[in-house]
Design a protein around this ligand. Structure first.
Ligand SMILES: NC(=O)c1ccc[n+]([C@@H]2O[C@H](COP(=O)([O-])OP(=O)(O)OC[C@H]3O[C@@H](n4cnc5c(N)ncnc54)[C@H](O)[C@@H]3O)[C@@H](O)[C@H]2O)c1
Length: 358
């Protein structure tokens, strides 16, 4: 495959790592990146090391992704948002010598999108329709290429499906839910299901140890809190950093989740693997240890053509970090998206659509 020129929208915990991980494989050139305050574009290739160094401990994260800001491309200033990682006006990409301050970071990238093969959205998902609306804006600008997100929530997939005609008309191949879970583990479940003519249950159980990555992943932790009993996306969005710290203290740094609204369910159903209601996702997050509190497993139970009931299990090695398991697969799905886009396959694809599908 020819070199892929890609952009990253959102250079927080995930987006920064995407840029870093992409450097470990040939064929991927980062040409654009933005966060809520700034944009960096260089069609001959960004200096990723400089950008990572300038944003180390200084990402423009923030608790809220308010609709007004989302609508105009993101106009929050460093002063108005109170993410702990913000350091005044120099928060995020503008601290890099390649970064320019802007009030319209996403529109600035759309304006350059003719020369971009793929766009990875590492944006917050605290407003459910934010990512679908960003996709719509690229389609309205007649972008032809790949878009890929790492969003988690099941309900967002339908919002993307609602926009499929628009995306197809534009020539966009949109790969949704393509991080770790959903994403990597959804693909693993689809593969594990191939032994069976009938799938009864898919159990996804993840473990993440975040001690050294906690500072960089506060956005993700905030979204995860919304899955706890008694919390939802609105309450999580409104929590102050102090309230989040207090909640984490109450749990001694370890949060356990059951029956999460993770899009693995709808993504497996729309690929014809099993019913969404037969997919269960849960896991344990330890923000005070780098060790995984539990081993990440995907278990698929089903019946073979000759009447045996079995369980295929896929297990991640405990040494593989969340960052490795989100960004490697996201870039892998991005490459699969580019292959499909170049073959003229447009529309909305989930991770399981890009696997064998008996
Ligand atoms: N599928 C998975 O396995 C998986 C795993 C981890 C995280 N995630 C998801 O990845 C996403 C990103 O998480 P994170 O921890 O990197 O969050 P973060 O808060 O660290 O980073 C978000 C980035 O988006 C930027 N941003 C916000 N609003 C913007 C706007 N309007 N315009 C331009 N940029 C804007 C911020 O400035 C920041 O750079 C979340 O939605 C999270 O749920 C998915």
């Amino acid at each position: 495959m020819d070199d892929i020129r890609f952009a990253v929208l959102g250079t927080g915990g995930i987006g920064r790592r995407t840029l870093e991980v992409s450097q470990h494989k040939d064929g991927l050139t980062a040409v654009a990146a933005c966060d809520r305050n700034g944009v960096a574009i260089d069609h001959s290739g960004l200096d990723v090391d400089e950008l990572l160094e300038a944003t180390e401990g200084n990402i423009a994260s923030g608790p809220a992704d308010d609709p007004d800001m989302a609508a105009d491309g993101g106009t929050a200033t460093a002063e108005t948002a109170d993410g702990v990682k913000q350091h005044g006006e120099e928060a995020g990409i503008v601290a890099s010598s390649q970064g320019e301050p802007t009030e319209t970071p996403i529109d600035d990238i759309i304006a350059e999108s003719d020369a971009i093969d793929a766009v990875l959205l590492a944006l917050p998902n605290l407003e459910h329709d934010f990512i679908p609306r960003v996709a719509e804006r690229f389609a309205e600008a007649d972008y032809e290429g790949v878009m890929i997100d790492v969003l988690k929530r099941s309900r967002v997939i339908g919002m993307l499906d609602d926009r499929e005609d628009l995306l197809k008309e534009s020539g966009i191949t949109f790969v949704c839910g393509a991080g770790a879970t959903p994403g990597f583990l959804t693909g693993a479940a689809a593969l594990a299901a191939q032994s069976f003519v009938e799938v009864e249950e898919v159990e996804i159980w993840w473990g993440v140890g975040l001690k050294s990555g906690y500072e960089d992943n506060r956005g993700t932790v905030r979204e995860d809190i919304a899955h706890l009993d008694g919390y939802d996306i609105e309450t999580a969005r409104e929590m102050s950093e102090e309230e989040i710290e207090a909640l984490i203290d109450e749990h001694d740094g370890v949060l356990e989740f059951h029956d999460m609204e993770h899009a693995d369910d709808v993504l497996l159903e729309r690929a014809g693997i099993c019913d969404a209601e037969d997919v269960h996702v849960g896991g344990v997050l330890d923000v005070r240890s780098d060790e995984k509190p539990t081993t990440t497993t995907v278990s698929v139970t089903g019946t073979t053509f000759d009447g045996e009931t079995g369980m295929n299990t896929f297990e991640l090695d405990d040494v593989t970090s969340m960052e490795a398991n989100v960004n490697g697969p996201a870039l892998g799905y991005l490459k699969a998206g580019v292959r499909n886009n170049r073959a003229g396959h447009y529309g909305v694809f989930g991770p399981a659509d890009l696997m064998p599908g008996f």
